[in-house]
Design a protein around this ligand. Structure first.
Ligand code: C5P
Length: 275
């Protein structure tokens, strides 16, 4: 049995550059893994089997863990099953990449249990077939991602930051948020686009998310929550991904009792080990 950590991610900035012919959106985003995460207990088995500590989470073939196990077999031709128990901590429908991280972690663990027949680069390339955010998790935890999100440009670790991750009781659906996005005009990147992550981390203007506007249109309470968190003293409060979670930097107070709150830190991994 292999017990592996499956971290969440934040989008420190997320710009939507346009709509593509395949229906997806062209993105430019700085992704960062965090210490808020799940654990997966993986064992080779005759057939696939998934159980979860959170009984409300569907464990059918639509779960990305089972999709990842199937993808691994399809690509390698190896005919063996994977039994996974998921200890769920990352809230779902939060923009924290929980499902994507679980899928990446499954691919890594499956490969590990079989003696690493394929490289992490291969796993990363394959993973884009089942979700745009999955390849990021094969970086070392900090990456500038473009395309649908699947083009991963690895960056050195950022200065360690502590943050609060705050989520209202409701979640948001990624396809719905992208559907609602009326980006007119879309964000533009100056040419050539460059940023200095550690230098820019202190500027509140560095943190950005084009998906906040459609999310706030669908759930106006989100704007109230953001404003209350800012008023309580946090320096930066920004939605991650397609929401509904926010990350907060600085010294503030989380006063509302209807919010889930997690203290977390940026997380990076050494080469050739998982998080
Ligand atoms: O790739 P993934 O399955 O995570 O995407 C979920 C949905 O989010 C897509 O079906 C699409 O509606 C939307 N999406 C998008 N542009 C992206 C990523 C996701 O429009 N770059």
């Amino acid at each position: 049995m292999l017990r592996v950590f499956s971290p969440s991610k934040l989008n420190l900035f997320l710009k939507v550059l346009g709509k593509r012919e395949d229906g997806y959106h062209e993105l430019a985003s700085l992704f960062q893994a965090t210490t808020l995460g799940d654990f997966l207990e993986c064992t080779l088995s005759d057939t696939d089997n998934l159980t979860c500590s959170d009984l409300s989470l569907p464990v059918n073939e639509n779960n990305l863990i089972l999709k990842a196990a199937q993808l691994y077999r399809k690509k390698t031709g190896i005919k063996i099953g994977l039994k996974v128990h998921l200890d769920k901590k990352i809230p779902i429908q939060a923009g924290l990449g929980g499902g994507s991280s679980n899928a990446a972690t499954t691919l890594w663990a499956f490969n590990q249990l079989l003696g690493q027949p394929v490289t992490e680069q291969e796993l990363q390339k394959w993973s884009a077939e089942i979700g745009s955010d999955i390849p990021f998790f094969f970086s070392q935890g900090t990456a500038y991602c473009t395309g649908r999100g699947e083009n991963v440009n690895c960056l050195p670790p950022l200065k360690t930051q502590k943050c609060w991750i705050v989520k209202p009781h409701f979640g948001l659906s990624t396809p719905e948020i992208f559907k609602k996005l009326q980006a007119n005009p879309y964000s533009v990147l100056e040419n050539p686009f460059s940023f200095n992550p550690n230098g820019d981390l202190n500027k509140t203007s560095f943190y950005f998310n084009d998906l906040e506007k459609p999310a706030f249109e669908i759930q106006p309470t989100l704007l109230d929550i953001k404003n209350e968190l800012l008023e309580s003293g946090f320096e930066t409060v920004m939605m991650t991904g397609s929401g509904s979670a926010f990350f907060c930097f600085g010294q503030g107070k989380i006063k509302r009792s209807d919010l889930l709150a997690f203290e977390a830190q940026f997380l990076n991994r050494p080469l050739n080990t998982w998080y």
